[in-house]
Design a binder for this molecule. Structure first.
Ligand SMILES: [Zn+2]
Length: 346
């Protein structure tokens, strides 16, 4: 599981209700509501008394008054049901309920430490503030990002930061990026994100340099669900089928690779692959396709690529690129190396 070290248990456990979990296990029908409690037979020791297992709806906790003689929160319940650790239970919950760990992580202090660490890699845009995920919110979470009805104009294409990152004028125009003097991405490099149909659904804002104070390196619009998009997917899918699809973490990785001829490249906008992103890749891949995963050589990148490789290898042939040096990222590859990467010989 990617970024498993950053899993914020508190956020995961409060994002779910005991009712949702019982529903997941198809047990909810066995439970009766009485005031603030839900009572039923204990699913853990598989008891039969209809009152032995009680849930406090408001507190979102459970207790077995019979054999188990203990209780706990939502994660404790999953852990007991699956006979796994709390950590593993949190990962299961994320998978089952399609929680966005990055979004949730943004709430916790622990995650802030983590994200400042992840920030170094320049690959993980900062998540939007976490919202408590109800069933409704989850549904909303899979509603497509609507195409924007406006464009940021007057973007400054010749901002020195772009040259500093090694981007040519051609690439800058190709991706439509530029420095935004005012407006929603004021004083940032605005990077349009297109959906698979080529419609702009958001602008990401990259701070042009090292952010001062606690300004995030990346800014994303409120409500934008990056887990539903893959940067550059709209163009990558138009590249020849016999070319490998290269998966990277960040915007600049993708832009740099495309600049040097590795045009069939997509960025996850982070080091994890969401279920929706997996589905997008699956839709545009067949058993003859080749995929090359080139995530950053750091802890999050390694965890991410392992998980992604396992998942995508169920669809097609997957190659994982391992850098020789800690901290390396595709953005730093030389044009020659990018050529080799594309040919699968790096
Ligand atoms: Zn019990």
């Amino acid at each position: 599981m990617p970024k498993s070290q950053f899993v914020d248990f508190k956020a995961v456990k409060t994002a779910l209700t005991m009712e949702q979990i019982l529903e997941h296990y198809q047990l909810l029908h066995q439970f009766k509501r009485s005031g603030d409690s839900l009572n039923g037979p204990c699913p853990i020791h598989k008891g039969s008394s209809p009152t032995q297992f009680r849930i406090s709806i408001s507190k979102n906790i459970w207790h077995c008054f019979s054999e188990c003689k203990h209780g706990g929160n939502t994660l404790d319940f999953i852990a007991k049901m699956e006979n796994i650790s709390i950590h593993a239970a949190a990962l299961k919950a994320i998978e089952w309920f399609q929680l966005d760990p990055e979004t949730m992580a943004a709430t916790s202090q622990k995650a802030q430490e983590a994200s400042s660490e992840a920030d170094e890699s320049d690959s993980a845009p900062v998540a939007k503030p976490a919202a408590k995920k109800t069933a409704v919110a989850q549904e909303k979470n899979t509603t497509p990002n609507p195409p924007l009805k406006f464009r940021l104009d007057k973007l400054e294409r010749s901002h020195p930061y772009l040259a500093e990152r090694g981007l040519t004028q051609e690439t800058i125009m190709d991706f439509g990026i530029g420095y935004c003097a005012k407006g929603m991405m004021a004083e940032r490099i605005a990077i349009p994100i297109h959906n698979v149909d080529g419609k702009v659904v958001a602008y990401a804002g990259r701070f042009p340099g090292t952010p001062t104070d606690d300004a995030p390196k990346y800014k994303l619009p409120q409500g934008f669900k990056k887990s539903l998009e893959l940067f550059n997917i709209d163009r990558a899918i138009k590249e020849p089928a016999d070319q490998p699809l290269v998966i990277v973490e960040g915007f600049f990785d993708a832009m740099k690779l495309r600049q040097h001829g590795c045009r069939k490249v997509i960025a996850l906008m982070g080091s994890t692959m969401s279920a929706a992103q997996e589905e997008l890749i699956r839709t545009h891949t067949n058993s003859q396709s080749q995929i090359i995963i080139v995530l950053d050589e750091d802890e999050a990148g390694r965890a991410g690529r392992e998980d992604i490789a396992v998942r995508l290898s169920q669809i097609t042939f997957v190659k994982v690129h391992v850098f020789g040096k800690e901290g390396e990222q595709p953005d730093n590859l030389t044009p020659e190396q990018i050529g080799q990467l594309k040919e699968g010989v790096l």
